[in-house]
Design a protein around this ligand. Structure first.
Ligand SMILES: NC(=O)c1ccc[n+]([C@@H]2O[C@H](COP(=O)([O-])OP(=O)(O)OC[C@H]3O[C@@H](n4cnc5c(N)ncnc54)[C@H](O)[C@@H]3O)[C@@H](O)[C@H]2O)c1
Ligand SMILES: [Zn+2]
Length: 366
């Protein structure tokens, strides 16, 4: 089978770049739909509208409901059609961006992904994760095209609540481990091909960047400051992890995340926070050494990330709850089958409870 690597047409990152968006969208047409929820609309509408209008692009705004569901994708699609938009600018977190990407695909429009938090690796991928209107994982929707432009204003990223930034570190921390599993099993990446050296190396670079800069980047973001470490980690969370997971492949960590979304009690935890519990479980599942797992737990604690189920709303999960998570994680089309051995629900349940116990133990001894 062919090796496949994919990426957005262009990636722009820096302090204040939201106000320069118009200089990067001229090839996309003269009419934009700006999609953002109320919080994000307040943050970006003035700068984005002024910059696009200065380049002769008309702007219509649409308020995002908060969930990337089929009904929301259809609703926003109708608004884009009514506005005769030629491109969609999705601003906000992963859900707003995933919705904008799906709308762009449905209507054949250009797409600008403008993350205002570095909370996930959603911005760069040709993928929308679709949920029910109630927030349960429903399906991966694979898109034909990547976003035309990904634009990340690091001043916005640093000013947002720190929890989003740390969640993005968690999402990115999983990337290398999942790409490694996919490579060892010769599994498929998200683009339906085998990995390239480039895809795999970017996943490794992502991990190295987080370990080299993660802790001080969080210190900076706590103070709304943009440092070189914040630039490095924003790039790792957004670009390196985005390219790394898509072209490198996903494995157990994200399947366990998807399983966890089946339980209402986890819905308050962010995507990245649930992924971190999935990552630690993957390491246990793979039989990594105590020292290795504890090192990742220590780093997670330094960053302020969950290391056990109780940290993501599951204080005392019942056997039935654990089986629900484990069975969903092992569904036939799940990426957990990219692990280089057969995985059963029992193995996932045992890895989850053991990873949580390790997390609890390391936390106690600090
Ligand atoms: N498509 C992909 O490749 C991919 C990859 C990873 C994750 N995802 C998806 O991303 C979603 C999770 O995204 P998320 O964690 O960003 O959550 P989210 O999209 O729900 O956004 C979280 C919140 O951040 C707020 N926000 C955004 N920018 C802000 C700012 N600058 N200041 C203050 N608040 C701000 C928004 O109002 C929103 O309420 C999940 O649906 C997940 O499946 C998709
Ligand atoms: Zn993710």
């Amino acid at each position: 089978m062919a090796q496949i690597f994919g990426s957005p047409e262009s990636y722009v990152q820096g302090r204040g770049v939201a106000a320069e968006i118009g200089t990067h969208t001229e090839s996309l047409g003269g009419s934009a739909l700006l999609l953002a929820d109320e919080v994000v609309m307040d943050l970006v509408e003035a700068d984005v509208t002024a910059s696009l209008q200065s380049r002769d692009a008309a702007v219509t705004t649409a308020v995002f409901s908060g969930e990337c569901s089929s009904s929301e994708i259809d609703r926003v699609g109708e608004l884009a059609a009514d506005a005769q938009a030629e491109f969609v600018v999705g601003a906000g977190g992963g859900k707003a961006l995933d919705t904008a990407k799906a709308v762009g695909e449905d209507l054949g429009l250009g797409v600008v992904a403008m993350p205002t938090i570095a909370s996930t690796d959603a911005p760069c991928s040709a993928l929308s994760v679709v949920y029910t209107d109630h927030g349960e994982f429903e399906s991966y929707r694979f898109l034909d095209r990547h976003p035309d432009v990904v634009l990340v204003d690091t001043a916005l990223v640093a000013a947002a609540p720190t929890r989003f930034f740390t969640s993005g570190i968690a999402d990115a921390l999983a990337t290398r481990f999942e790409a490694d599993a996919t490579m060892r099993s010769a599994g498929d990446n998200i683009l339906g091909g085998k990995d390239t050296r480039a895809g795999h190396r970017l996943a490794e670079l992502c991990y190295e960047t987080l370990r080299d800069h993660g802790i001080s980047a969080v210190d900076a973001v706590e103070n709304d400051a943009v440092t070189e470490s914040v630039e490095a980690v924003t790039e790792a969370n957004t670009l390196l992890s985005g390219l790394g997971f898509e072209s490198g492949g996903l494995a157990a960590a994200h399947s366990i995340h998807n399983g966890l979304t089946q339980l209402e009690a986890t819905h308050e935890a962010t995507h990245g926070e649930k992924v971190n519990v999935g990552t630690l479980s993957q390491l246990v599942l793979e039989g990594r050494s105590d020292e290795f797992v504890e090192d990742v737990v220590e780093f997670s604690l330094d960053i302020g990330l969950p290391v056990k189920m109780a940290d993501i709303g599951l204080d005392d999960p019942s056997d039935e709850d654990l089986l629900t998570v484990a069975e969903a994680a092992c569904a036939e089309d799940e990426t957990i089958h990219n692990e280089p051995f057969d995985v059963t629900p029992e193995m996932v349940r045992d890895a989850l409870v053991t990873a949580s116990e390790i997390g609890r133990r390391v936390e106690r001894r600090r």
